[in-house]
Design a protein around this ligand. Structure first.
Ligand code: ADP
Length: 191
């Protein structure tokens, strides 16, 4: 099963990604988490990516694509994977198409979580207090929403045109949202 979970910052992708991945027995691959791990270890990738992340901007495509390519080449991703936070640009969509095609598989479904914009900012500011992520300050939170709207929202139409899109209401209880995602994916036959 090869899945993408999309949604604006604060939509709850990370939480849902682990649940969905567990259900299908595939790894959840979060580009944000991999970048943060590299930042905390002080790797070369982390040093480069950290500057963009703290400004609320996307990390350049070449760095991001290479990182994802290496990750999905790992053994645990042979049966499939759920991508959380990738692709986020049209160039990344193309790159991912190439990676999947190379393995002889297909993308099975794209789930997009929809959440009311004001609710998103409130959730992220709340998270800033509990988790202390360096990119959860109000200015950066707003910038991340803008970047999402400009660069990532157009991907929704691309996947809708391919017949892969499942829009899921991301408002309400976490368990409720998980149930909605499972229901949306119940008719998907993995390639
Ligand atoms: P959120 O979706 O809440 O903003 P993430 O943890 O998914 O948080 O991502 C944090 C940051 O990591 C992004 O703001 C961006 O700088 C970087 N990042 C994550 N995924 C990508 C990607 N696919 N392309 C470019 N940058 C990315």
């Amino acid at each position: 099963m090869r899945l993408i979970l999309m949604g604006p910052p604060g939509a709850g992708k990370g939480t849902q990604a682990s649940r969905v991945a567990e259900q299908f027995g595939i790894p959840a691959i979060s580009t944000g988490d991999i970048f943060r791990e590299n930042v905390s270890k002080g790797t070369e990738l982390g040093v480069k990516a950290g500057e963009y992340m703290d400004a609320g901007e996307y990390v350049p495509d070449d760095l991001t694509n290479l990182m994802v390519r290496n990750r999905i080449d790992e053994d645990d991703a042979t049966p499939g994977f759920l991508l959380d936070g990738y692709p986020r640009t049209l160039a990344q969509v193309e790159e991912l198409d190439g990676m999947i095609k190379f393995t002889g598989h297909q993308l099975d479904a794209v789930v997009v979580l929809t959440v009311d914009p004001e609710e998103l900012v409130q959730r992220l500011l709340q998270r800033a207090e509990t988790d202390g992520r360096s990119d959860d300050t109000e200015d950066v939170v707003r910038r991340r929403q803008e970047v999402y709207a400009e660069q990532t929202e157009p991907l929704i139409d691309v996947y809708r045109d391919r017949g892969l899109l499942h829009e899921v209401d991301g408002m309400g209880e976490v368990d409720e949202v998980t149930k909605r995602i499972f229901a949306a994916l119940s008719d998907v036959d993995p390639s």
